[in-house]
Design a protein around this ligand. Structure first.
Ligand code: FEO
Length: 394
């Protein structure tokens, strides 16, 4: 496969993975993914920026051969996770004079996870520059966007920034340049929700930084390249805002239908008050859809049946995931039905405790809903309405 030129001797040398159906064994992939790698031919030195996912190494090396790449001086590693660093040992074997250039945290990861020897690593500092002759690479540390070792690389003369996982998407492509579409926006949002949302404040900071840099091209390490940077930066500016939308997320698991009836009732009554809802069937739903709902929702009411003496395990999974994804939720509560006795909501509240949410009085019923139960649900709807109103959302 002939490498596509991005600009002035900067080439895409990554690979699509159309057949990958799940990432991190967590969120299903709707459009596969790509592992982006870039070849930068300076007048004196040649660099590769980020490498390849290990199962794709053979194909990756074959492509370098087919494109006549006989010499590589530097392997710039923006982040040590193995979907980008996994091929470094094979690359060092193929190009024995190459040196890995990275920050000290990433160097530790490469030493510990891939046994890259010390003498093959050059450690750089934040802001440091490296000359390839007519091109200068500048390194911008971006810790915890999303790993502590994350950094970006900027080619000053070409004004291209390589942002590692930041601003990426799990999305395959033929032409490397992004063509804005609802489908791509959807993939980028799912990706943000799972990978970047836990670091929202830092994402916000680095979105602003890249906006202010006025770069011409953004090259992430998954998904297409943006030669119109505002296409992705504007989306990130929205997703990383502190304010949620007028949206109530309603995930539920219901064994005999009572919990679902509560959720359906809440959805209907909230709709009557012009509050949007997103119902999510925990057992049958796609976790990516739930994560995307968490990007925007201000409120979450989690519905669960009781299994033995506690919440249904599937609901605990959702509460745990919401807790670790650290969304901008402000308000939460729980509804559910039990058969005999136990603690239905405490384990769920514990999972969400770090989010410091405003918790509305939960509603626990036994089997079919009584008139009194509907009144309690009406009160919950009124409470959500008042809180959304106070936030200026309705
Ligand atoms: Fe795509 Fe954090 O690796």
């Amino acid at each position: 496969m002939k490498f596509q030129e991005i600009k002035n001797n900067v080439f895409y040398c990554g690979l699509n993975d159309e057949n990958r159906v799940i990432f991190d064994e967590l969120i299903p992939l709707e459009h596969g993914t790509s592992y982006n790698s870039y070849l930068v031919k300076g007048s004196e030195k040649v660099a590769i920026i980020d490498t390849m996912y290990p199962p794709k190494t053979e194909e990756y090396l074959k492509n370098l051969d087919e494109n006549g790449i006989e010499k590589v001086d530097y392997i710039i590693e923006n982040h040590g996770e193995q979907d980008h660093s996994g091929s470094i040992p094979a690359l060092l074997e193929k190009y024995p004079d190459a040196i890995v250039v990275t920050n000290s945290k990433c160097a530790d990861n490469l030493r510990e996870m891939l046994f890259v020897p010390d003498e093959k690593i050059k450690i750089i500092n934040d802001g440091e520059q490296l000359s390839l002759g007519d091109k200068t690479l500048q390194f911008i540390f971006a810790p915890n966007v999303h790993w502590p070792d994350t950094m970006f690389t900027h080619i000053i003369e070409d004004n291209i920034i390589f942002t590692c996982d930041f601003l990426g998407a799990h999305y395959v492509f033929d032409d490397v340049f992004a063509k804005p579409s609802e489908e791509l926006t959807h993939s980028a949002k799912r990706y943000y929700a799972e990978i970047m949302m836990p670091f929202r404040m830092l994402c916000k900071k680095y979105t602003k930084l890249i906006q202010e840099m006025g770069v011409d091209i953004i090259c992430p390490s998954h998904g297409p390249i943006y030669n119109n940077p505002s296409d992705i930066l504007d989306l990130y500016a929205d997703w990383t805002k502190d304010e949620g939308k007028n949206l109530v997320l309603l995930p539920y698991v219901s064994m005999y239908g009572s919990t679902k009836e509560m959720i359906d009732y809440l959805s209907e009554k909230l709709g009557e008050k012009h509050i949007k809802t997103l119902k999510y069937d925990i057992v049958r739903g796609d976790l990516g859809d739930l994560a995307m709902g968490l990007v925007d929702a201000t409120t979450m009411i989690l519905g669960t049946s009781m299994v033995l003496a506690g919440p249904h395990p599937a609901s605990v999974n959702i509460a745990y995931l919401a807790g670790v994804l650290r969304p901008k939720l402000r308000i939460a509560s729980f509804v559910g039905s039990y058969g005999w006795a136990g603690k239905l909501f405490e384990p769920l509240a514990e999972c969400l405790s770090k989010l410091k949410l405003d918790i509305i009085e939960p509603i626990q019923i036994k089997g079919k809903l009584t008139e009194g139960d509907y009144k309690k649900l009406d009160n919950m709807v009124n409470s959500i309405y008042d809180k959304h109103k106070a936030l200026g959302l309705v």
